[in-house]
Design a binder for this molecule. Structure first.
Ligand SMILES: NC(=O)c1ccc[n+]([C@@H]2O[C@H](COP(=O)([O-])OP(=O)(O)OC[C@H]3O[C@@H](n4cnc5c(N)ncnc54)[C@H](OP(=O)(O)O)[C@@H]3O)[C@@H](O)[C@H]2O)c1
Length: 250
């Protein structure tokens, strides 16, 4: 299974914690060359060190996905360092959930900027390369919030629905245009990461913390799904994965 992973060059956004960190470590252990992006470079430095100590290959660079040029720069870093780019994992995101009536409009803007525009910026940064080489794999972290509406998730759910829709159109158009660009969209449920620290609304934070205390599972589970998607032969795509705790009702 790991043969199609070894030697692949993979950019990971939101690689400084949680799902991104777990995925970077797993893919590197399978022989991928990982390129880590996030804003907290102290964390990225440590993760890259851990990967190298374990015998893997990793580089990192400060990346704010809301800044177009920084997405282009991390793609350039991948190509300059490793000579090519095979996969981008668009995983950066935040979830400052709250009731609409709380009018936390700055947080609405942040979610649109990171969860929506960050994905668009990442895709725009890799498309020229993937189109020219007629291959490439775009993997994105949506959420079960991209499949269901729930209280407090008015804006977050909307951003993750966007990812679902956009990734499906990207898949369809790439197939029709013959560019062989594959897509995989992942819909995690409760995964124990730093994500809940982005919630500032007290009642919403309490409700989510209780839910995650009861059900949350390790981000390693999502890393395994990304590993599977990357491992598939080039003529095969599994477009969507819904993954969560076996005992979580929604
Ligand atoms: N945990 C869950 O239950 C769950 C469920 C469904 C979907 N998800 C999605 O999974 C993805 C990863 O989240 P996580 O759960 O692993 O939480 P996390 O531990 O908080 O990780 C979020 C990552 O996103 C990065 N990030 C945030 N803003 C960024 C920006 N402007 N530019 C670049 N990177 C940025 C953070 O890095 P810096 O702060 O260092 O920039 C961090 O590496 C998110 O898209 C989230 O919506 C999570």
């Amino acid at each position: 299974m790991s043969d199609n992973i070894k030697g692949k060059v993979i950019v990971i956004t939101g690689a400084s914690s949680g799902i991104g960190e777990a995925t970077a470590k797993l893919l590197a252990s399978r022989g991928a060359k990982v390129v880590l992006g996030a804003r907290r470079t102290d964390k990225l430095e440590k993760i890259a060190e851990d990967i190298k100590k374990a015998g893997g290959e990793a580089v990192y660079q400060a990346l704010d996905v809301t800044v177009t040029e920084e997405n282009e720069a991390i793609v350039k870093l991948a190509k300059d360092t490793f000579g090519k780019l095979d996969v981008i994992f668009l995983n950066a995101g935040l979830m400052p959930s709250s009731p609409v009536s709380a009018l936390k409009t700055d947080e609405w803007d942040q979610m649109v900027d990171v969860n929506v525009k960050g994905v668009l910026n990442g895709v725009a940064a890799v498309m020229p390369t993937f189109t020219a080489q007629k291959s490439g794999h775009v993997i994105a972290t949506s959420s079960v919030a991209g499949l269901k509406a729930y209280l407090g998730g008015g804006v977050y759910c909307g951003t993750k629905w966007f990812v679902r829709s956009f990734m499906e159109v990207l898949r369809m158009e790439s197939a029709m245009e013959g560019t062989n660009i594959r897509t995989a969209t992942i819909y995690p449920a409760a995964i124990n990461t730093e994500l809940l620290t982005t919630i500032t609304d007290k009642n919403t934070a309490e409700a989510f913390n209780a839910l995650y205390d009861q059900y949350g599972i390790s981000p390693d589970r999502i890393a395994s799904v990304v590993e599977f998607a990357v491992s598939l032969p080039e003529d095969t795509t599994v477009n969507e994965f819904t993954v969560g705790p076996a005992n979580q009702p929604w």
